[in-house]
Design a protein around this ligand. Structure first.
Ligand SMILES: Nc1ncnc2c1ncn2[C@@H]1O[C@H](COP(=O)(O)OP(=O)(O)OP(=O)(O)O)[C@@H](O)[C@H]1O
Ligand SMILES: Cc1ncc(COP(=O)(O)O)c(N)n1
Length: 268
């Protein structure tokens, strides 16, 4: 069985972070492992607390995983501070990790900040340089490319700027914007649009985490980057289209929408 590792924060309400990643990886047919960067006290309306792990303990988790079950792909999510980012980059280099998907998580859908202001620079300098692909949403791409994005053309320019600067592929996600939830992949000068019909669902907590984990799962299974993004987009569209409605704020998606077998049945 192929394997994938998520390095991210825990979301107590289960819709984003480590919990979304593990559900997504499982549903996409790979064995999921995790290294937790922080605990969040969080629900669909906001984040009320963050408790970071120490850099030493994060390093121990990464050593434990890499020296035993080697991940075929790695995804990073919430990496709240400078020191944690440095450890992650160091360990990914040390173990020559492959298929690294960096989701540059900065602000939750609910509006809470998930990375220290000063850590954004470290994320650029350390994590983007080891990434195979980085998956910014529009506000994150604006920060990473240092420009404002108001059109499809701007998305291409921003993705190309980031990709050339950090030597990685860039998926600029259109969920927040502009167009019909269309995402743009810049991969070594090649441009591919992934067209997604916008689903009229206000419950989008964890969409970024879910998409990046689905991409990592497909890379782990041996699909190329374009195919992995295409498959990940299909998965997230299916999870959104289930119209799960939980919680008082922007709720989670139905990660297990494709589970229709005996074990997913409810009592009569
Ligand atoms: N309403 C929607 N209908 C269809 N697809 C959507 C919708 N909202 C987001 N998506 C898709 O979900 C994926 C994640 O995009 P988005 O821009 O929301 O990322 P994000 O902002 O990082 O997510 P998050 O909300 O977790 O921070 C993209 O493929 C995007 O096109
Ligand atoms: C632990 C954790 N990681 C990432 C996100 C971003 O996801 P979203 O923007 O969908 O809330 C989150 N809310 N919590």
């Amino acid at each position: 069985m192929k394997t994938a590792l998520t390095i991210a924060g825990s979301d107590s309400c289960g819709g984003a972070g480590i919990q979304a990643d593990i559900k997504t990886m499982t549903m996409n047919g790979v064995y999921a492992m995790s290294a937790v960067t922080a605990l969040t006290a969080q629900n669909t309306t906001g984040v009320t607390g963050i408790m970071e792990v120490t850099p030493e303990f994060l390093a121990m988790q990464l050593d434990a995983v890499f020296t035993d079950i080697r991940p075929d792909a790695v995804k990073t999510g919430m990496v709240s501070s400078d020191k944690l980012i440095r450890i992650i980059a160091e360990k990914l280099r040390q173990y020559k990790a492959e298929n690294i998907v960096v989701d540059p998580v900065m602000v939750a859908t609910s509006g809470s900040r998930l990375i220290a202001e000063e850590a954004v620079e470290t994320l650029r300098l350390e994590l983007l340089l080891v990434a195979s692909v980085v998956t910014p949403n529009i506000p994150e791409a604006e920060i990473l490319a240092d420009m404002s994005i108001t059109s499809d053309k701007d998305m291409i320019t921003a993705a190309e700027t980031i990709g050339r600067k950090y030597g990685c592929a860039v998926l600029c996600k259109g969920g927040h914007s502009l167009n019909d939830a269309n995402d743009l992949l810049w991969n070594n000068g090649n441009i591919t649009w992934f067209r997604g019909k916008r689903i009229d669902n206000p419950n989008t907590h964890g969409t970024g985490c879910t998409l990046s984990s689905a991409i990592a799962s497909n890379l782990a299974k041996g699909f190329g980057l374009e195919k992995s993004v295409e498959r990940a987009k299909e998965y997230i569209s299916g999870a959104l289209a289930e119209m799960l409605d939980l919680g008082k704020g922007s709720g989670p998606m139905a990660h297990a929408f494709a589970l229709t077998g005996e074990f997913s049945k409810t009592a009569e």
